[in-house]
Design a protein around this ligand. Structure first.
Ligand code: MRU
Length: 349
């Protein structure tokens, strides 16, 4: 099983289309789905067939190639104009994870700067998407190696949502840290928050870690302070969807609560993310757009209503953890420490 998860590619460009693991089916089925048009990719991102900030970044890059293929019969000028519009549309498929906008922007730079004809531009976009894919795994392994250095011997690590191989092209960010730490010290263990309402922790994190043979205990979101007080959690490591220039970090809803509990109990709270998750254009977390998702995610479980009809619902998909609660940000360039304004600026210089 370990072999399986370490070899997995959550998303991969194949010749003329994108192949991805359908994340809506976990933990019941493991199935690949082939995405062959730009609109199919937009829908796959929006409906979370592919999810996790780094994975949807790559999906966005693939989406631009799909649109380029569809527009290949236009003359060069119209092709570029139309494709840039389609790229902008692709970038709106989800609002919070900045990796999506980052990867689409990388493709737009090629469209704007290439001297090639239409077929040449399509080939360059394809090669760039494959390059970003491969780099994602290399970056995650670096994050894992840096992160493993801060994991105490025999530690129990709490994580929230899924920031694993299945949220990236492979290996994972927060779970990359877990994997690298476990490879060095097999007494490392994980507590995984269930992560209401989409249950990525229960459905995906426990699946990934169990497949890798890493001892994992599933808890519901409200239980973390109980176990922290008992001294059963040594460290928190979570992923991120967007990090502002001052270190404020948007991640799955519930992360902020975990960070407050960790601060109260003097437990280090780390964020693990590639530099592509850092949005240096925004000064603080107040500027991060928070996705509001379907109310049914809250009112229903497995298609069945769990609450009174007509009750009011609000369902933000993410929250922002203020930088004061963050011990460090583990990136491929090393572990960034407060003052984050300074350490983030240095990482980009
Ligand atoms: O809504 P999702 O499942 O795409 O959100 C992903 C997250 O928020 C994860 O917690 C993750 O840490 C960021 S992606 C590595």
């Amino acid at each position: 099983m370990t072999e399986f998860i370490s070899k997995i590619r959550t998303i991969q460009w194949i010749d003329t289309y994108s192949r991805m693991v359908d994340q809506t089916l976990f933990p019941y089925e493991f199935k690949y789905v082939d995405i062959k048009t730009g609109q199919e990719m937009y829908d796959a991102i929006k409906n979370m067939i592919v999810r996790g900030a780094p994975a949807i970044g790559i999906a966005g890059a693939h989406g631009v190639v799909l649109y380029a293929q569809e527009l290949k019969n236009l003359n060069r000028e119209d092709f570029i104009k139309k494709l840039l519009e389609k790229a902008d549309y692709m970038a709106t498929s989800r609002p919070t994870a900045v990796n999506l906008m980052w990867a689409v922007e990388k493709q737009k730079e090629i469209i704007k700067n290439s001297n090639s004809n239409v077929n040449g531009i399509i080939e360059e976009l394809k090669q760039n998407a494959i390059k970003l894919e491969n780099e994602d795994i290399e970056i995650n392994k670096k994050i894992g190696d840096y992160g493993a250095q801060i994991v105490p011997e025999g530690a129990t690590i709490l994580t929230h949502c899924n920031a694993g191989a299945l949220a990236t092209v492979g290996y994972g960010t927060a779970l990359g840290v877990v994997r690298s730490a476990f490879a060095k010290d097999p007494t490392v263990k994980v507590f995984a928050d269930e992560t209401r309402p989409r249950q990525q922790g229960a459905r995906i994190t426990t699946l990934e870690l169990t497949m890798d043979g890493i001892p994992t205990t599933l808890i519901t979101d409200g239980m973390c302070s109980y176990f922290m007080k008992k001294g059963m959690i040594n460290l928190v490591v979570v992923g991120a969807d967007r990090i502002a220039a001052n270190g404020d970090t948007a991640n799955k809803i519930g992360t902020y609560t975990v960070a407050i509990a960790a601060k109260y109990h003097n437990i280090p709270f780390y964020v693990a993310a590639p530099l592509s998750t850092i949005d240096t254009k925004i000064k603080s977390g107040d500027e991060i757009p928070i996705e509001e998702r379907s109310h049914e995610e809250v009112t229903h479980i497995n298609g069945k209503s769990i609450c009174a009809k007509g009750v009011n619902i609000i369902n933000p998909g993410f929250d922002v953890t203020p930088h004061e609660l963050i011990t460090g940000i583990i990136t491929e360039a090393g572990i960034l420490k407060p003052d984050f304004n300074k350490s983030i600026a240095e990482a980009f210089s």
